[in-house]
Design a protein. Structure first.
Length: 383
């Protein structure tokens, strides 16, 4: 369907007038512009394009090379019983959507994101009773850590086994998502930074870039840690900040680490080829993505304590990413309170991948006036 016709569909569904600039004769236009091509932006583009909406994604750098690429790919809250209910609700909805969502993406593209259910071992004392109570309420399997894990991963005071926790390989997921949205006709434009928002009579009408102005009926800011800066004076109460996380990639033999291992705020994530991710730091370092020798030493020490056999593993790589931190880890998934057509889907902190399909469905349904699967109130624009 051509842009002008689809723009008319958005007008009918939302009660807003169509944007007269959006037509097949104007190349820099779309019904919806997505600002940011990480997992949140690409998932939002997929949710809208799957409904027949004309979408264009603008990205200031390469596609999905920030926190989406840098993360460890654990598809769960690390200790879900420690989080606020809005965080749990969104993460759990996303976790339930993930298998069917991924099947659709992989069937369309033929690509593999290396999704595996490996389970997560929580090597912490005193968590089992709380975890079991939480699991009964939320439908999770929560078990005592199997004794066969103990030789590989010592459990000084017992442990909790979460057998249903899955993982995905972030760079492969990024390629998969980009390929899937392009297959649906979405324009994905890397190295096209949004430099300003055009507003007329309280309504967003376009986005300025070095390549020129793009017109749109709606724009969704999905710029992760950069979202607040992109909004500028329109940020109002949004408090999203960068939180640096450094990760090591170790070379090891396959099956050396039996599952995702969580201990003391850090984790091991074993990949199918034997590599093991060791993460991660939590650092208030602004937008500095450099790595440090101190983090190398601390992460190696953690890895060897959590799994002593890793003393033989070698460091293949170290990197850092910037998570979009937010108060209480609660993201904002909402329309701007003063500017019609301007939306935000950001602030997911460590859980952008886990929440991605749920957050994208929530904001796509809100834009199109559909029935919402979740109560949007906890994710409203902060005042």
């Amino acid at each position: 369907m051509q842009g002008a016709a689809m723009n008319g569909r958005i007008a009918r569904m939302t009660g807003m007038p169509p944007n007269p600039m959006s037509s097949a004769t104007v190349p820099k236009s779309a019904d919806v512009l997505i600002l940011g091509a990480g997992v949140s932006g690409l998932a939002t583009a997929w949710a809208l394009a799957s409904r027949g909406i004309e979408v264009c994604v603008l990205e200031r750098g390469p596609v999905a090379r920030e926190s989406t690429w840098a993360g460890a790919g654990i598809l769960s809250l690390l200790l879900p019983w420690h989080y606020l209910e809005p965080v749990v609700t969104l993460a759990e909805h996303g976790r339930r959507l993930w298998p069917a969502w991924l099947d659709r993406l992989q069937a369309l593209t033929g690509l593999d994101a290396e999704y595996r259910i490996t389970g997560m071992l929580v090597a912490e004392a005193g968590e089992l009773a709380t975890a079991r109570t939480w699991g009964e309420r939320h439908g999770w399997r929560v078990e005592v850590a199997p004794p066969e894990f103990v030789p590989a991963c010592p459990l000084p005071d017992g442990g909790v086994w979460l057998p249903e926790v899955a993982q995905v390989r972030n760079p492969r997921l990024a390629r998969l998502l980009e390929s899937a949205v392009r297959a649906l006709g979405v324009q994905v434009l890397p190295h096209t930074a949004a430099t300003g928002l055009t507003i007329a009579q309280g309504r967003l009408t376009g986005v300025e870039t070095p390549a020129g102005r793009f017109t749109c009926a709606h724009a969704v800011v999905c710029a992760g840690a950069w979202s607040r800066g992109l909004l500028g004076t329109l940020a109002l109460g949004v408090d999203i900040r960068p939180v640096r996380g450094q990760i090591l990639l170790l070379r090891a033999r396959p099956d050396l680490v039996p599952a995702v291992v969580y201990r003391g705020g850090r984790y091991l994530v074993p990949r199918a080829d034997g590599h093991v991710l060791v993460g991660s730091t939590l650092e208030e370092a602004g937008f500095d993505k450099s790595t440090t020798a101190q983090a190398t030493a601390a992460l190696l020490d953690f890895a060897r304590q959590a799994c002593p056999a890793l003393v033989q593993a070698t460091v293949a790589r170290q990197w850092a990413g910037l998570r979009p931190g937010s108060p209480g880890n609660v993201p904002t998934i909402a329309r701007h309170p003063e500017v019609a057509g301007l939306w935000l889907n950001a602030g997911h902190f460590r859980y952008g991948l886990t929440m991605a399909p749920a957050a994208a469905e929530l904001i796509a349904a809100a834009i199109l006036g559909e029935v919402l699967a979740l109560d949007p109130a906890p994710y409203a624009w902060p005042r």
